[in-house]
Design a protein around this ligand. Structure first.
Ligand SMILES: [Zn+2]
Length: 153
């Protein structure tokens, strides 16, 4: 009986943790991150929703979806990524390929790249910068690539 209660409490604690992590970022969208269709990272508050995904060859795809997660073609959006590692900065440009925006080259090698994803909804708009660290390992807890981790580890 006691064991069951402890197990229940532990489960409750672990279930609550992701929502605490979400609250810290000041909005309620984090619970959606697990939905990212390719297993990438949502660029938050983009409409249509933009998913940032690192391919196996280290190129990046930014794909777009409506609220039902149906793919929609890229319109006037543009993306530039600045990747920083060991004091060096590399700018990676993107081009439209099919429905998505695809980087013209791979990201530089590095165990932890400081990325600034500069996202423009239209050419006239000021870019919105998404900053995060791209690590080359998989989160031990949720088994997703670290940059796309949904569990807050
Ligand atoms: Zn995780």
């Amino acid at each position: 009986m006691k064991t069951k209660l402890i197990a229940f409490v532990l489960t409750a604690v672990f279930c609550v943790m992701p929502s605490i992590a979400g609250a810290e970022t000041g909005h309620g969208h984090d619970h959606d991150r697990a939905d990212a269709p390719k297993g990438g990272r949502w660029l938050e508050n983009t409409q249509p929703r933009a998913e940032f995904y690192v391919e196996k060859d280290n190129t990046v795809t930014v794909a777009f979806y409506d609220d039902a997660l149906k793919p929609v073609p890229a319109a006037d959006q543009s993306v530039t990524v600045v990747a920083g590692a060991d004091g060096h900065k590399t700018t990676v440009e993107f081009e439209k390929k099919g429905d998505a925006l695809v980087s013209k080259g791979p990201l530089p090698d590095g165990h932890a790249l400081n990325l600034v994803v500069q996202f423009k909804q239209t050419p006239e708009m000021k870019p919105v910068n998404f900053r995060f660290v791209l690590e080359d390992h998989v989160c031990g807890a949720c088994k997703r690539a670290e940059y796309a981790c949904t569990c807050g580890h």
